[in-house]
Design a protein around this ligand. Structure first.
Ligand code: SF4
Ligand code: SF4
Ligand code: SF4
Ligand code: FES
Length: 976
């Protein structure tokens, strides 16, 4: 579905008001909500008023004087962008006098502007050019001889956009976009009068400044002053399609602007409900990986991982994979193979993989990477509220008065939502900002940044979340802060009373738990009071909650607290997991877990199974299958022999890398379907090329349960979209699949899943997006806020959350606690972002360490440090920073050579096996060389690269020797 390239610009933002005013504009009647500008009222009435400094994503500024109008009975010529529409007003937008004034304004602008329109990169998409035409400017009386800015130096430092001050009209839109939309405050107008110019930071280049490259200023700029480099290189786009970002769980809508099959730029979609026209550096600019030379475009097979890869046809690769899976099942049993679905693939693709496992393999050995991130969310919210998803829309945060942020770093992990949250925290001229409570071991940016400061930062020790939430609950219960009416009406009273008695115990008081958590009791008390007494208290959380041995307990603790204070079931409140990957919500919804069919229905439920059995024409195993860690353990025991892994890099992303690698080597047929030869593919026997989000149709579901379209804007580079590959594999396995288009897959999902009953491609195309539950019981667009009248499970259930310290304890040998997380410019295992210019911001994983711990060990920033845990050791460079508390270190896991997961242990959440990534006891010491694992891994990589390029030729001698060493390891692991 092609969209027009330009969306209507209403000039000023929409105003919400129940009061309407009716006015007359150029003889036309217009009725608008009170507070709407005359300019917007005119646009709504189909009348365009010339403008330059106004745009509908920003508050009006009134500087360019191009939008002047005449208002009957008023003197002068008010700016329509800053003049509110009033009842009975009679406005004229086109008169000879206005024409003359506007022409004069334009003449001044153009007299200090290069007249190179024909060769300008914005030619055809420049508001200044448009306004010169609209105002009828034909000649400029002032010459170019006097002082001007035509030779000002360009700033080309940012890898994605240029700043050319010679074209700047000082309209201030960029500065306001950075402040209002993004909330970074990186830009100012420096100088006065004629010398006024946009400046990043303290007259620094964009790269040196605090700019985070979100692109909001570029989008807001009406001229070619701030311009995407891709547009400068490729020219203006010709056509576009609306699609959804393939990075994080915010799920921003984008307009992919194209020239033929080439992306010229990704422009945030103003009507995208998750982002409303905003973006971050990843979605906006980091799409170069889709055409990177590292893309693997040919299917490949090999008998052993020590053999060279052979490029083969799709048919050969698919038939080989299918015959291997059949051979393994015949030899080792039906349960000896399984599959892993991808949170990066579409809902339709994920659904097909789990269907293949259940229908073609005939078992439930299917799991997904949500296992290692938000599986405790599924369990915890399912137990307490009855459904495994967040309760709100992102927009809901605009109604929150107190925001509690637990174990999440949205300015890095969910940047577009963070901008929305920061806007609410700053407040505006009418409403004071919300208060912020941050519960996090690190001093993350949002604790203190321009115009945002947390009221409380509970800087707890890693692993003590449950103690903190119990202590907050203790305050609520013992200080009479329970919302008794809500609890009585909406919750299960028996469970509430048990919980109340439990948390009221002195052992759960902030004072009793202070030693364990490291958080002063008074801070916990103050934070609990603030949240409990808020009109609207909203909780947002991330992997700092789930990736713990008590991840599920903490999720239930959060739900308990929200229910006890009545903060569920309306706008501005709720429990909101910030999902990591683009479609992690969808992967869970689609039945990727070994115990659940699509829609979170247990495989042991014979009624549910019967529905799927009838539709799929097979018998479904009533027993849950293996989770990912169980697959690894079973592989090492010789019971699990074959894996179909679509779009996941388990060797890099899962904990205890050496254990994972050994498990991979113990399997006889690993089929990897991916864009790149990732770390997992190095252990594969069949490689099936994947397709990027630009190459296929489908849907993603974001953290708000919002289902949005992914649209194909170019043909699959390797010939097939991922869903087609899965379909071919199923057919080769003897289980027929014959979908012609992903819309047919969604139709099947809708038919079999009650919460998706009303979802269809046609509806999403028509409405833009829908939110599940979406069926005959909901609005047409589904459900924005969950649990409004009753909880999905009926009565909200309180669950006792006993704090149990993790087994992962600091000792003299391992005296520090390591925790992991993300940074803005990289994404997850980095497979995509590492293949973009985003590396300019973050080209390696680093170890953050507090100055005291660093000094004790003689470590300075940039030093190489060895990090050793009970699981393994690795070497990174250090960054000494007070963001860390003493005793805690932090790293990211975006680069495979860092081996962050060599250190993490296989401790996991008691309920879901979600790994305890956030707590690893380590020692850190200065070192001079890579760790033994890094040396071995780099050797293994060299060998694998040689095998990739060797084709049928024998590998070089040195490589053959190394292959033999590897072969021995593999044989040992396979018990041969
Ligand atoms: S790219 Fe974003 S952060 Fe950087 S200056 Fe522009 S608006 Fe500000
Ligand atoms: S850079 Fe663009 S948006 Fe900023 S003041 Fe100049 S013309 Fe306006
Ligand atoms: S916030 Fe997330 S979904 Fe939005 S552009 Fe950035 S990475 Fe993409
Ligand atoms: S658009 Fe109104 S003053 Fe510039």
């Amino acid at each position: 579905m092609l969209q027009h390239l330009k969306q209507t610009d209403h000039g000023t933002p929409r105003r919400e008001s129940e009061q309407l005013v009716t006015l007359e504009i150029d003889g036309n009647e217009a009725t608008v909500p009170k507070g709407t500008s005359v300019m917007r009222a005119a646009v709504d009435a189909g009348i365009q008023v010339p403008k330059l400094c106004a745009t509908d994503s920003l508050e009006p500024f009134g500087s360019c004087r191009l939008c002047l109008v005449e208002v009957e009975g008023r003197k002068g010529y008010p700016a329509s962008c800053t003049t509110p529409a009033e009842a009975g007003m009679k406005v004229r937008t086109q008169t000879p006098k206005l024409q003359e004034l506007r022409k004069g304004v334009m003449e001044l602008y153009i007299s200090d502007h290069p007249l190179d329109c024909l060769t300008c990169s914005a030619n055809g998409n420049c508001e200044l050019q448009d306004m010169a035409g609209v105002t009828g400017l034909r000649n400029v009386r002032y010459g170019m001889e006097g002082a001007n800015h035509l030779h000002s130096a360009k700033d080309e430092s940012n890898p994605y956009f240029n700043y050319d001050p010679s074209k700047c009209i000082v309209c201030n839109r960029c500065v306001r976009a950075c402040e209002e939309t993004q909330g970074t405050f990186a830009l100012t107008i420096s100088g006065r009068g004629f010398d006024s110019r946009v400046s990043a930071g303290q007259d620094e280049s964009f790269m040196e400044s605090e700019c985070v490259s979100c692109g909001a200023c570029v989008e807001a700029c009406p001229t070619a002053t701030l311009q995407e480099k891709s547009v400068i290189w490729l020219g203006q786009p010709e056509h576009s399609a609306i699609t959804t970002c393939a990075y994080c769980g915010v799920g921003c809508g984008f307009k992919a602007e194209m020239k033929g099959n080439e992306v010229v730029r990704m422009v945030p979609w103003k009507d995208g409900k998750a982002n409303e026209g905003h973006s971050c550096v990843k979605g906006r600019f980091a799409w170069g990986y889709t055409t990177h030379a590292d893309r693997m475009l040919k299917p490949m097979i090999r008998a052993k991982i020590t053999d060279p890869w052979q490029e083969v046809s799709w048919e050969v690769a698919i038939n080989h994979a299918a015959s291997e899976f059949k051979r393994l099942q015949a030899k080792y049993g039906r349960d000896s193979v399984g599959g892993i679905t991808s949170s990066r693939c579409t809902n339709e693709e994920t659904y097909l993989v789990q269907k293949l496992v259940r229908a073609a393999f005939g078992n439930n050995n299917v799991d997904t990477c949500a296992r290692v991130c938000h599986s405790p969310t599924g369990y915890g919210l399912g137990q307490t509220l009855g459904t495994s998803a967040g309760t709100q829309t992102f927009k809901s945060v605009e109604q929150a008065d107190v925001i509690v942020l637990i174990g999440a770093n949205p300015t890095d992990g969910h940047p577009v939502f963070a901008s929305r949250m920061k806007r609410r925290l700053r407040g505006d001229g009418y409403t004071p900002g919300a208060k912020l409570i941050v519960i996090d071991p690190r001093r993350i940016d949002i604790v203190r940044m321009p115009h945002v400061q947390a009221t409380h930062h509970l800087q707890l020790k890693p692993g003590t979340n449950v103690a903190v939430i119990s202590a907050m609950a203790h305050v609520v219960v013992t200080e009479g802060l329970v919302d008794e009416a809500f609890v009585t009406e909406r919750c299960d009273i028996k469970s509430f009373n048990q919980w109340r008695e439990f948390v009221a115990r002195p052992a759960n008081s902030p004072e009793a738990l202070e030693a364990a958590t490291g958080v002063p009791a008074a801070e916990v008390r103050a934070a609990a009071r603030l949240y409990a007494t808020a009109k609207n208290g909203a909780i947002y959380y991330g992997l700092g909650v789930t990736e713990h041995s008590q991840g599920s307990t903490m999720v239930m603790g959060i739900a308990n607290l929200a229910m006890a204070t009545g903060n569920v079931g309306r706008e501005g409140v709720g429990i909101n997991p910030l999902r990591g990957q683009n479609n992690v919500q969808g992967a869970c919804d689609m039945g990727s877990f070994p115990h659940e069919l699509p829609g979170y229905r247990h495989v042991s439920d014979s009624t549910v199974r019967a529905e799927f059995e009838a539709a799929w024409g097979v018998t479904i195993d009533p027993e849950p299958g293996l989770r990912i860690p169980n697959m690894f353990d079973a592989a090492l025991c010789g019971q699990f022999k074959g894996l179909y892994c679509e779009g996941e890099d388990i060797v890099q992303s899962d904990p205890n890398t050496q254990h994972v690698a050994a498990a991979m080597m113990a399997m006889e047929c690993v089929v990897v379907q991916d864009l790149f030869l990732n770390e997992t593919a190095k252990y594969a026997h069949v490689f099936l090329p994947g397709s990027s989000f630009l190459e296929k149709d489908g849907t993603f579901t974001n953290a708000e349960r919002r289902i949005s379209r992914v649209r194909k804007v170019m043909p699959p580079k390797a010939g097939y979209a991922d869903w087609e590959v899965t379909q071919m594999l199923a057919n080769a396995l003897g289980y027929p699949m014959n979908y012609k288009h992903p819309s047919e897959i969604m139709a099947e999902i809708a038919a079999l899943t009650p919460t998706f009953r009303g979802v269809s491609f046609e509806k999403i195309d028509r409405l833009g997006s829908v939110q599940w539950p979406c069926n005959e019981d909901t609005d047409e667009a589904g459900t924005a806020t969950m649990h409004t009248d009753r909880f999905v499970r009926g009565k909200g259930r309180f669950i006792i959350t006993q704090y149990v310290a993790t087994d992962e304890k600091v000792t003299r040998k391992f005296p520090l606690l390591m925790t992991t997380g993300r940074i803005l410019s990289q994404y997850n295992v980095g497979a995509q972002t590492r293949r973009t210019e985003n590396n300019r911001w973050h080209s390696e994983d680093r170890l953050e360490i507090h100055p005291h711990d660093a000094e004790e060990r003689g470590i300075k920033t940039d030093d190489w440090v060895g990090i050793a845990s009970r699981a393994g050791d690795t070497v990174l460079r250090a960054t000494v920073t007070e963001r860390m508390q003493p005793g805690v270190v932090f790293t990211t896991f975006h680069f495979p050579e860092s081996g962050a997961n060599v250190i993490t242990t296989d401790n996991s959440d008691w309920a879901t096996n979600c790994p305890e990534y956030k707590v690893t006891a380590v020692q850190v010491m200065p070192v001079m060389q890579p760790s033994a694992w890094q040396a071995e891994n780099s050797r293994f990589n060299r060998v694998q690269q040689a095998l990739l390029h060797a084709g049928s030729e024998p590998a070089e001698v040195e490589e053959v020797e190394e292959v033999e060493v590897l072969g021995e390891v593999a044989d040992r692991a396979q018990g041969q």
